[in-house]
Write a protein that binds this ligand. Structure first.
Ligand code: BG6
Length: 297
């Protein structure tokens, strides 16, 4: 892979691979050119801007070391704007990658990064494709500093859906959530599955490790499994900008909100703290199955 694309680029993963039988990494080089896009229909919005320093809207931007505006850094931290390198000599990963295609990436802070976030770290990301089109992302963040540091984190996963009004999310019902569009109070989700008819920007608390996004029109269900995110501060974020906000975003088509949904595995409420030498792991596994699937199965 590195011989094809050079050693440095900004990674993003196009989730439409969940529908098909080929891999799809979108690798973006320093000039903002898509250098490798094996396969399929893109789930990155048509208006997405690939030139740095703008983060790429779509796929799976990595939010680190800050989620959202919960801190002094720019929205969602700097990892999604940085150029990562291929990690040619990663330490052994806990999960077997036999019969799977994977790529290892690494991000270390630059001198400029250390000025805005003065903590030395190594962020290793393994992106793995299973034979059935499953996708796994494993993040390993190591404190290589002499002092402890804390961070928040999210896989900002954009899913492509046929029609947002017809989509249901199962696995979050009856949970408590915070609503970013309202005052900072806790709400409790009512009813059956989650459906969508206006802008949504919610942080669900203490979510299960497995949830499902049902897309009736495409007769498919995305299944999300997560692992390693700590018990306290385990969240699932659900976001759709809807019509008005979509129009205000330059890198998002006016109507694209109808065909997307972000469901993000994250650690936000309680920051993760690593002592010197410690490592944190957070894993997200995505698959697409026929729509008869129910999240309880
Ligand atoms: C979500 C946040 O995770 O990301 C929203 O909860 C935010 O508040 C959205 O609008 C998109 O963020 P950005 O920085 O990529 O436009």
């Amino acid at each position: 892979l590195s011989s094809k694309v050079g050693a440095k680029y900004r990674p993003n993963v196009d989730l439409s691979l969940l529908e098909g039988d080929e891999a799809n990494f979108v690798l973006v080089d320093l000039e903002g050119t898509k250098v490798l896009q094996t396969m399929f229909r893109t789930e990155i919005p048509l208006q997405a801007i690939f030139k740095p320093p703008k983060p790429i809207r779509g796929g799976i931007p990595i939010c680190f070391p800050q989620f959202g505006g919960h801190g002094n850094l720019d929205q969602h931290g700097f990892a999604r704007n940085r150029v990562w390198s291929i990690d040619t000599d990663p330490p052994p990963f806990p999960t077997a990658s036999a019969n799977k295609a994977f790529v290892d990436l690494i991000l270390k802070p630059s001198e400029e990064d250390l000025k805005i976030w003065p903590h030395s770290f190594e962020f290793r990301l393994r992106i793995t494709l299973g034979p059935g089109g499953d996708l796994m992302l494993t993040s390993r963040i190591r404190n290589t500093d002499t002092k402890p540091f804390s961070f928040t984190f999210a896989y900002h996963t954009y899913f492509s859906v046929s029609d947002i009004s017809e989509v249901r999310v199962e696995g979050l019902e009856t949970l408590d959530y915070l609503d970013n569009l309202k005052e900072k109070e806790r709400f409790t989700e009512q009813g059956d599955a989650i459906t969508f008819e206006s802008e949504v920007d919610k942080i669900y608390l203490s979510t299960p490790t497995k949830i499902a996004i049902l897309d009736h029109e495409k007769k498919r269900t995305f299944v999300l499994r997560k692992d390693g995110l700590p018990d306290a501060g385990k969240f699932q974020l659900v976001w759709n900008p809807w019509e008005k906000k979509a129009k205000s975003m330059v890198d998002f088509g006016d109507d694209e909100y109808k065909h997307m949904l972000c469901v993000e595995a994250a650690a936000v409420e309680k920051a993760i703290t690593l002592k010197s030498g410690e490592e944190w792991k957070g894993r997200l596994e995505l698959s697409a199955v026929p729509s008869s699937y129910r999240s309880g199965q």
